[in-house]
Ligand binder design. Structure first.
Ligand SMILES: Cc1cc2nc3c(=O)[nH]c(=O)nc-3n(C[C@H](O)[C@H](O)[C@H](O)COP(=O)(O)O)c2cc1C
Length: 394
């Protein structure tokens, strides 16, 4: 856990504020069978992807990519495309926007279709999104954030969650952001502890997760740079968070959820070998062909996924004992081909026959190709914390 002296808390003020707003949050812990959740990934998190990952087991909840909410109500086509369930795994549908009544309406619409969780995106850092005042831009206006979320709360009978970053330009408001989310009645909060200004630079500062957990009463889900299955437990242990949401690590190692569940259950987790990666890619191709119907879409999405799978291959361009290509030439072999069959052949050349010991897919990161987050971040301490004092000021 993060030590209490790191925190500049406002507990009495927060309690008074929660009484003033009525304590609408009902959860004290996450209601999912597994604490490891699949993060929203725009352009990636389509139903076939969610289904494929969920089949491996160990996922508490899958999430859609963000659904942009504007003046126009969400069309039935968009709702049909996004609100697609994986049998047996709860579905979180993420919405993004800043228009109070439209967001409330959209939240109600997805809740009525049976979404287990409605999630609001308060973290997207992309300039064209931020320019419109949505995503991470909402971290700059806590009154608006509160107003939108409270309106959604009023229309969502089930679970409501909010995904935040550590702040927009600085981290000193992160507890105030958490206060606003909690006061508006969200059931849990997910934090990716980088500022919007960081995009994906540096390593996620897990101390922020610990600070929020120590400060808030609603469950806190940590997210960011949890690259190895063993890091899931480490993040929970070090920060006290209730759950862990995985994005890019799930693309790099799609077995990570199963491995984390095995560790939690005291089972020996498996360490996939190269042939398992090849078999997975065959499954991806078959499923995506069925889902998308045209090769262009399959090729783009396959390459995006394979770029992450390649991160488990040591960078140095050498030949493995099995004669497979690794390193720079491996990337070219997989990502240069102009058709799906070519990518598949590249994957077979790079991964086929490779023993698991030569791939960084073990639970503890034996090859150490990724740098996971930590509560020992070398960055300066987040400074004094400003407080959220309620809608439109005290
Ligand atoms: C390609 C891509 C698309 C993303 N799309 C979304 C999104 O739609 N909604 C969202 O809240 N976060 C989105 N994110 C952020 C991730 O959910 C996550 O917060 C971030 O990648 C850090 O977690 P990780 O280290 O586990 O990947 C996206 C990230 C990537 C890399």
């Amino acid at each position: 856990m993060v030590s209490a002296d790191l925190l500049v808390t406002s507990a009495p003020a927060a309690e008074a504020q929660q009484r003033a707003h009525g304590d609408r949050s009902r959860l004290t812990k996450l209601p999912f069978a597994h604490p490891t959740l699949l993060a929203p990934l725009e352009g990636v998190s389509h139903p076939a992807f969610r289904q494929l990952l969920a089949e491996g087991g160990g996922i508490g909840c899958v999430c859609t990519e963000f659904v942009r909410v504007t003046q126009t109500p969400l069309s039935p086509a968009v709702l049909r495309r996004e609100v697609v369930f994986v049998p047996g795994t709860p579905l979180s549908v993420q919405v993004m926007g800043n228009l109070v009544s439209q967001m409330a309406e959209a939240a109600e619409a997805v809740a009525l279709l049976g979404a287990d969780v409605v999630d609001i995106n308060l973290g997207c850092p992309v300039p064209k999104v931020v320019k419109k005042g949505v995503g991470a831009a909402m971290l700059k206006d806590l009154d608006l954030l509160h107003e939108v979320l409270a309106a959604m709360r009023a229309r969502v009978p089930g679970l409501l969650s909010a995904k935040i970053r550590a702040g927009f330009d600085d981290k000193s408001h992160v507890l105030a952001i958490g206060d606003a989310v909690q006061a508006a009645g969200a059931d849990y909060i997910v934090v990716h502890p980088r500022r919007r200004a960081d995009f994906y630079a540096g390593t996620a500062d897990w101390r922020i997760i610990g600070m929020l957990k120590a400060h808030l009463r609603i469950p806190v889900v940590g997210n960011g740079d949890c690259w190895y299955a063993a890091d899931v437990q480490r993040m929970r242990r070090e920060t006290g968070c209730d759950g862990v949401r995985l994005g890019r690590p799930a693309l790099r190692n799609p077995w990570i959820f199963e491995q984390a569940a095995d560790i939690a259950a005291g089972r020996t987790p498996r360490h996939p070998c190269g042939d398992e990666v090849v078999a997975l890619v065959d499954t991806i191709i078959a499923r995506y062909r069925a889902a998308f119907g045209y090769e262009g879409a399959v090729l783009g999405k396959l390459k995006e996924w394979c770029a992450y799978l390649l991160r488990a291959v040591p960078e140095a361009p050498t030949l493995s004992p099995s004669g497979a290509l690794v390193g720079g030439s491996a990337r070219a072999a997989v990502l240069r081909p102009a058709d799906v069959e070519g990518v598949r052949a590249g994957v077979a050349a790079v991964f086929g026959g490779r023993p698991s010991t030569t791939l960084d897919l073990g639970v503890g990161g034996d090859l150490g190709l990724e740098r996971s987050g930590s509560v020992d971040a070398p960055e300066p301490e987040p400074s004094a914390v400003t407080r959220y004092v309620g809608p439109r000021g005290p």
